[in-house]
Design a protein around this ligand. Sequence first.
Ligand code: HEM
Length: 478
Amino acid sequence: MEIVSLLIYMGLFLSSLLSYPFIMNKKKVARRKANLPPGSMGWPCIGETHQLYSKDPNVFFATKQKRYGEIFKTHILGCECVMLTSPEAARFVLVTHAHLFKPTYPRSKERLIGPSALFFHQGQYHSDLRKLVQSSLSPDTIGKLIPDIESTAISTLESLCNGHTVNTFREMKQYSFDAGILSIFGNLDDTNREKLSESYRTVDKGYNSFPTKIPGTAYYKALMARKKLNQILSEIISERKEKRLIEGDLLGQLLNFKNDKGLVLKEDQIADNIIGVLFAAQDTTASVLTWILKYLLDNPKLLKAVKAEQKAIYASNGGGRKPLTWAQTRNMRLTRRVILESLRMSSIISFTFREAVMDCEYKGYLIPKGWKVMPLFRNIHHNPELFSEPNLFDPSRFEVAPKPNSFLPFGNGVHACPGNELAKLEMLILIHHLVTKFRWEVVGSQVGIEYAPFPVPQQGLLARYWKESPSLKQAVCS
Ligand code: HEM
């Protein structure tokens, strides 16, 4: 079996290798006058995929930028790509000329999330769906979730204090999942939450595995779990319809939607968008939270100052007897700057992908139709001309607003993250409870980075957590 697939693979590889010069020639004829960006396309077929994956991808991008400047071409994972490293270029693709660049994802990923999820779309369907998602994530709506997010944060932190070493990223994933569920369904009953959580975990496990439909593989299990999620969601929708509840949460928005022609959303469109939002919300927020916990420990003076800011709020709330208010979360100035600097430093979404829908030109360079276009957020965030001493963790740099279009942790333009305020709120609330009532220390030397697929500290930041005893004023294991 393995030999057969190897032969097929080699056959495909060789035939495409042999046909490559002809394809190139045809393209050259069609685009005789083309002025492609500088850069190397690497080896026939495989391009520069090996160079990208054999070292830290950020080193690959940074080396290219140093050599070629703000725009360069390359060839990775079978795709011809143009990479862009300046705020102006990112704005061109994501904002001013967004109609020329469509979102593009591998089919295998689209199948797992659901093809009707808004981030795969452009045009009217996308803008209709986006309005609903934005409305369910507006400050008014998420402000009402504060007490529930607080209880989720407290129970997450308490569960960490078990005397054992824990993988921080894994625990933060559970927290961001639960907060995501709150924004989608409001208060969902425990049985349905547990069912969703179990099937979602299987989808999550298969998401980055090799996409084969062979039974037993992680990808196949993920596909089956995705089908199960549709059933669970269908039951939740029926219950909601029976109760005739009109809620401002995402499910309520999706159920009540009617377009100009009176059309409502089909159940699978609703399911795809719910899973899409959960997917967009979970690993992103959890990765950044994990980095924040590490950066705070690495900077003891800063941690002390953050504690002082949060303890003042805690005291004004009668030692945590009153819930946090929206106004208080808006006023956590230093903690907010720590979050912004963590978003910049970690740049967990290093880049995004689009595909040119027609030949277009940027600063005299041709971006051919069908090529992938990648604004490199991380390169922008680590450019010393935009952020001085970019490798230094310094939240005070956010005392002044960054230069326009230079700070893009949540993207820009029509597809910019509608969940950015919820993500920041979740982080502020978790930090508030962590620094006022708990302590934590990293186990072992934690210097490396792993990709899960977003960058997170090595092994998800192995750490031990304690509850601080208010009476003894010292750390005790709860
Ligand atoms: C720290 C946490 C987060 C980060 C860094 C982040 C980052 C991003 C970025 C960069 C994009 C744009 C991608 C592109 O242009 O291709 C995006 C889109 C999106 N995000 Fe987030 N996100 C976070 C949390 C959340 C949360 C909590 C939610 C929802 C509850 C969410 C929902 C979405 C959705 C639905 C989109 C697609 C929007 C569209 O296509 O119109 N995100 N996010």
